[in-house]
Design a protein around this ligand. Structure first.
Ligand SMILES: CC(C)(COP(=O)(O)OP(=O)(O)OC[C@H]1O[C@@H](n2cnc3c(N)ncnc32)[C@H](O)[C@@H]1OP(=O)(O)O)[C@@H](O)C(=O)NCCC(=O)NCCS
Length: 186
């Protein structure tokens, strides 16, 4: 029988103290540090579900909703939202807590697509299916399917961009933008 696992079997929470060496010139926590921690949490969650080594195939948009300060504790909540054949979409939510006031803010969310690899790390391998146990898990699975379709559509549109850019209507639309078309004379 095909192998299935529940979402809770791989749900992962990572906690990290924001130390001064993580800060940027403005004194806030560097966005790259947060992204790296999100990738780590996505890896841990995906590897638990797959039971194999995994790689990051793509990362959805990451909005920085609020800055994170030195001294805050961040928690990264990761759970499998969707599984394909070898790919898994891991939803990540980042919360930052001020130690003194216990105030919690939601700073980032994103979706990481992770792919399970064989032992030689050469080819993708099948991952267990997902048991959806409640409405939220069903809704997340369906939303991930929808985003996959939209991403495919967006990639196809991007491929056609070169010919679209030669279209006169688009060049007219550029007149309303803050740019000048001014070819270099060499
Ligand atoms: C991700 C990777 C393994 C895919 O390999 P591939 O030869 O394209 O394999 P496939 O076409 O069989 O795709 C495997 C799965 O990945 C998914 N996938 C591949 N590229 C993807 C992308 N850019 N976004 C989302 N999913 C992707 C496919 O849809 C497929 O999913 P499914 O098995 O659930 O249907 C390969 O591109 C790779 O090794 N990339 C580098 C990864 C890396 O170095 N990451 C950073 C450090 S971990």
């Amino acid at each position: 029988m095909e192998n299935y696992k529940t979402v809770s079997e791989s749900q992962t929470t990572m906690t990290e103290l924001m130390i001064p060496s993580y800060s940027n010139f403005g004194g806030k926590i560097h966005g790259g540090i947060i992204l790296s921690l999100m990738d780590k949490a996505a890896y841990a969650c995906a590897a638990k579900h797959a039971g194999t080594y995994c790689v990051t195939a793509s990362i959805d948009t990451v909005d920085f909703r609020a800055s994170v300060e030195v001294g805050e504790i961040i928690s990264l909540l990761a759970s499998i939202n969707y599984v394909g054949n070898s790919s898994m979409v891991v939803g990540i939510k980042v919360l930052a807590e001020k130690i003194k006031t216990r105030e919690i803010k939601h700073t980032n969310s994103s979706y990481f697509t992770m792919v399970a690899m064989d032992e030689q790390q050469h080819s993708p391998v099948q991952v267990p299916g997902l048991i959806l146990e409640d409405e939220v898990q069903i809704q997340r699975f369906v939303a991930a399917m929808r985003r996959k379709d939209l991403n495919q559509h967006y990639k196809e549109e991007s491929r056609q961009l070169k010919s679209i850019c030669q279209n006169g209507e688009i060049l007219d639309a550029l007149k309303k933008e803050r740019c000048l078309i001014h070819p270099k004379t060499t």
